[in-house]
Design a protein around this ligand. Structure first.
Ligand code: 5GP
Ligand code: ZN
Length: 126
């Protein structure tokens, strides 16, 4: 039996019709996909801040990390981010960023993990 992405174990498949990243998940807006799993999609950032800049997002709409009650799926999102960094050859290190809310600098309100690498990162971030 075919199982739809997002239909497993209480995950719930939410879609916000006005959300840019939900449109990318649905294929309504083109993106440079680099990875896809049952629960996540990864694609290149349109305005890269490093030689490698990929966004890993849940297929199911969540505004931000505070909306997550599914630790396993959240863990898989981070595992996917780490696997993608390895596939991109970021053996010397990389940075994962999850901007959250206005003070966190979030501009697209569908949870995403930035995978940044290919240059030395500075601290503190801006
Ligand atoms: P935030 O500021 O919310 O943490 O990150 C949103 C990211 O989404 C930004 O880095 C921005 O460049 C990226 N972005 C915004 N619109 C698009 C788009 O249409 N396609 C892609 N691939 N990335 C986008
Ligand atoms: Zn969304």
């Amino acid at each position: 039996m075919e199982e739809k992405a997002g239909a497993k174990a209480g995950w719930g498949s939410h879609k916000d019709p006005s959300c840019l990243f939900c449109k990318i998940v649905a294929g309504e807006i083109p993106a440079q996909l680099v990875d896809e799993g049952d629960y996540h999609v990864a694609f290149r950032d349109i305005n890269p801040q490093a030689p490698t800049h990929i966004l890993v997002i849940p297929k199911s709409h969540r505004r931000d990390i505070t909306q997550y009650d599914e630790p396993q799926q959240l863990g898989e999102l981070f595992r996917a981010a780490s696997t993608i960094a390895a596939k991109e050859g970021l053996t010397n290190g990389f940075r994962l960023v999850v901007n959250t809310g206005d003070d966190g600098g979030q501009t697209v309100h569908h949870l995403h993990v930035h995978v940044l690498g290919g240059r030395i990162m500075t601290w503190p971030p801006g």
